[in-house]
Design a protein around this ligand. Structure first.
Ligand code: SAH
Ligand code: SF4
Length: 341
């Protein structure tokens, strides 16, 4: 049985060729999968009943299952998707009342090896990489379940996308070509894997690169992100500047605000200094509490003070809206609790 989800138009044409159908049929199937979110071959009503019967003997739309689905009061939906081998991926649909965007936050790995101290995913450890098909199935599952068309994809679910780069790049290509999502509506977030950032620079990636900096200096960063011992902030800066030089793209610097740890006035000034010659916007992320963690969220006042210092230094700063905290779907809360249930 062929699984249609994840196939390119060319691959679908191979199936229609085998069934002695025209290339136009392949195009129709392709549209049903990626743009019209069909869950079953029988929903593809512009194909004749006879052809659908033939196709059903050879192919299946998808072989993943929604294991759990949780909805937040704010409209956020978190899915736990199960693949045929029993592996599960968490994926989140985010919508914002004032925006037409429908954003899927996808996982690139099951668990994560980077093990940042503030992140629920890190605690799981690394389980395995997701294949590009498993990455795009996450978006297809949301589309099939809600009937909505995803307009933006962020790689901010479980995992470090740059440690699974080949699958992430292939998935991005399919998001762009098959789902018709513009490259600039795709965002890859990384904890700062320098060799892979250099690779993206070489490839002249046009999607948005977001970098989880989270600290204004080496000392603080290494207490919360072990990766700092391997790829430090000085070298990271060189890589980010090279990335911008090669791609022309502005970077998003993500900065998690944890009470009294990295949210002081002094931290804001040091951060402003560190980023002054990096072409970037800053996205401040109020820390989302993770069960059993000693960290606390910064107060609103600290967040605003931090923001205004960075703004004074000439950067555009946004504060990330918290979504889905009541269902553990917010940033950093994808700990796969239901994964082991
Ligand atoms: N591994 C990648 C992408 C996944 S995490 C990365 O680290 O960038 C997506 C974002 O959520 C990152 O910026 C991450 O640092 C942030 N995050 C992790 N734990 C968080 C928490 N408890 N509260 C808020 N944001 C968190
Ligand atoms: Fe991995 Fe990102 Fe979580 Fe760090 S923040 S443990 S890199 S998923």
């Amino acid at each position: 049985m062929q699984i249609l989800s994840g196939l390119t138009l060319k691959e679908i044409e191979e199936i229609t060729d085998k069934l002695h159908a025209s290339k136009f049929r392949a195009r129709q199937i392709h549209n049903w999968i990626y743009l019209k979110s069909a869950a079953k071959i029988d929903e593809m009503t512009d194909l004749s009943v006879k052809f659908r019967e033939e196709l059903k003997k050879n192919a299946l739309v998808s072989n993943v299952k929604i294991k759990t689905k949780q909805e937040s009061f704010d409209g956020t939906i978190k899915y736990l998707i199960e693949f045929p081998d029993g592996g599960c991926a968490e994926t989140v649909l985010m919508r914002f009342d004032n925006r037409a965007n429908l954003t899927a936050c996808v996982s690139s790995q099951i668990g994560c090896a980077v093990n940042c101290s503030f992140c629920a995913t890190g605690r799981l450890g690394f389980v395995r990489n997701l294949t590009y098909k498993e990455i795009i199935e996450q978006v297809l599952t949301i589309q099939r379940d809600t009937g909505l068309k995803i307009t933006n994809v962020v790689f901010m679910g479980q995992g470090e996308p740059l440690l699974n780069l080949e699958n992430v790049l292939k998935a991005m290509e399919i998001f762009n070509e098959n789902f018709q999502i513009g490259v600039r509506r795709l965002t890859v977030s990384t904890s700062g894997i320098i060799p892979q950032i250099n690779k993206l620079a070489e490839l002249k990636m046009q999607s948005t690169l977001a970098v989880s900096l989270h600290a204004p200096n080496h000392e603080i960063r290494k207490t919360i992100m072990g990766i700092e011992n391997q790829y430090n902030m000085n070298d990271l800066k060189t890589a980010l500047k090279n990335y911008t030089a090669e791609t022309g793209r502005r970077i998003t610097v993500e900065y998690l605000l944890i009470k009294d740890l990295n949210d002081t006035l002094d931290c804001a000034k040091q951060l402003a200094d560190y980023i002054h010659d990096i072409k970037c916007n800053v996205n401040l992320i109020p820390y989302n509490p993770v069960a059993g963690s000693l960290y606390q969220k910064s107060s609103n006042n600290s967040v605003m003070r931090f923001k205004s210092i960075l703004e004074q230094s000439g950067k555009k700063v946004t504060v990330r809206l918290e979504r889905g905290a009541d269902i553990d779907a917010a940033c950093g809360q994808l700990g796969g609790r239901n994964n082991t249930a």
